[in-house]
Write a protein that binds this ligand. Structure first.
Ligand code: GDP
Length: 390
């Protein structure tokens, strides 16, 4: 899947930067355009891979490059005022070559939290390609204002995108480590998961022939219908067969010394591990509207029966009749991996909790007056797609 990525705020910029590093490492060539926008000049300095011309400092006239703190209303305002600068950075993108836009931001801060929904709305207005969000939920130890920002931003962001994929920092913190200390490790996990999803279907020259390759339309169809998505991932090391491609297909996996029953069992157990292990956003499986299973690895290991068993198992677990499955042949990684995209999840304890904390924070602050009362009502508005979540 070919994407134009726009990272807003510090987390957004850093993660888009990581996707570029992933592309360079794996040769996936997923990121066809990358833009970082921030109100803080110092945060842009940490970016290594996004070209300078694609790094946009917004809100200079208001905040002089010093950031907006955790004020996400200000983040939204200055992004709106300077949206043309972000658009200019995107003008060179050959839109006919991309499958979708991806707007990436941490939802707990100021710039990304406020700015990401503004950018998504703008992109939807200008382009016909799908606009997806990748939102990072704050850690529980970050404080009330982060939770409140995230709850507000989540509601706005999900309404502006074709699907909002979430990653919950709180679920990924290692014990004894604050979220901040673990960001590099967390970002590596995040990019591995989303990297496999986006590279699936991008079979590059020299790749093995795929048996039932996942293409970008299957990812798009799984994300269609809006709402929130979560990803699961699991991998096991395998010996890479020396012979690859069509020859191994013609002779069959048995010729590679790979037992087909083992290959089937490996995949079915990976699918369970990916789904029942730590998801990017922990969620109940029942009630998930759509799902996609991608099995990645050397083609000799990509056993069709295993993928079909895994897909059926996912149907049972989610209760969804719309579960897609396919393979993504990749070499050189020394692993077979299962990636599960749960599209349109409906029962997410973290979102309910976030919502509750946000309501209490709002009440404690005793600021439910005028404009903020309007926003509070918006937050609690049960209309729209997220009825079951909010
Ligand atoms: P902004 O620049 O004002 O948008 O704020 P930040 O991006 O610095 O922080 C917003 C949220 O993103 C916080 O709640 C952090 O938990 C989270 N965050 C910041 N940096 C990273 C990062 O590198 N990785 C991840 N996963 N989360 C981050």
């Amino acid at each position: 899947m070919k994407l134009a990525m726009i990272g807003i705020g510090q987390a957004g910029g850093k993660i888009v930067d990581e996707f570029l590093a992933y592309d360079a490492r794996t040769g996936a060539d997923v990121v066809r355009a990358a833009v970082a926008a921030n109100t803080a000049k110092a945060d842009l300095r940490g970016i290594e891979h996004i070209p300078q011309a694609q790094q946009i400092l917004v809100g200079q006239s208001r905040v002089k490059g010093h950031g907006v703190g955790a004020d996400n209303e200000l983040g939204a305002e200055v992004t709106e005022e300077d949206i043309d600068e972000i658009q200019s950075a995107l003008d060179s993108v050959a839109v006919h070559e991309i499958d979708a836009f991806l707007v990436v931001a941490g939802l707990g801060g100021g710039t990304g939290s406020g700015g990401a929904p503004v950018v998504a709305k703008h992109l939807k207005r200008i382009y016909t390609e799908p606009v997806y969000g990748l939102g990072i939920l704050p850690g529980g130890d970050e404080g009330g204002i982060y939770t409140l920002n995230a709850a507000r931003s989540l509601k706005t962001f999900v309404d502006q995108v074709d699907n909002l994929m979430l990653f919950d920092n709180d679920a990924w913190r290692s014990s004894g480590e604050s979220v901040g200390e673990g960001f590099d490790a967390i970002n590596a996990e995040l990019v591995t998961r989303f990297g496999v999803l986006f590279s699936a279907g991008e079979v590059t020259a020299g790749s093995d022939v795929a048996e039932s390759v996942v293409d970008s339309s299957e990812i798009i169809n799984t994300l269609k219908g809006g709402g929130i998505s979560s990803l699961g991932y699991a991998e096991v090391p395998v010996d890479e067969p020396t012979r690859t491609g069509l020859l191994s297909r013609l002779r069959g996996p048995a010729d590679d010394g790979i037992d087909s029953t083992d290959a089937t069992n490996r995949i079915t157990s990976l699918v369970r591990k990916a789904t029942l292990g730590r998801l990017t956003l922990p969620t109940e499986l029942q009630g998930t509207e759509r799902a996609l299973l991608v099995v990645a690895g050397p083609s000799a290991y990509l056993n069709r029966k295993g993928i079909e068993h895994g897909r059926k198992w996912l149907e049972e677990q989610t209760g969804s009749m719309e579960v897609r499955g396919g393979d993504y042949p990749r070499r050189g990684n020394g692993t077979v991996a299962a990636l599960v995209l749960l599209g349109g999840v409906t029962n997410v304890p973290r979102i309910k909790e976030l919502q509750q904390v946000a309501i209490e924070a709002q009440q404690n602050r005793g600021e439910i007056t005028g404009e903020s009362e309007g926003r509070f009502t918006d937050l609690m508005d049960t209309g729209g797609e997220l009825d079951s979540l909010f």
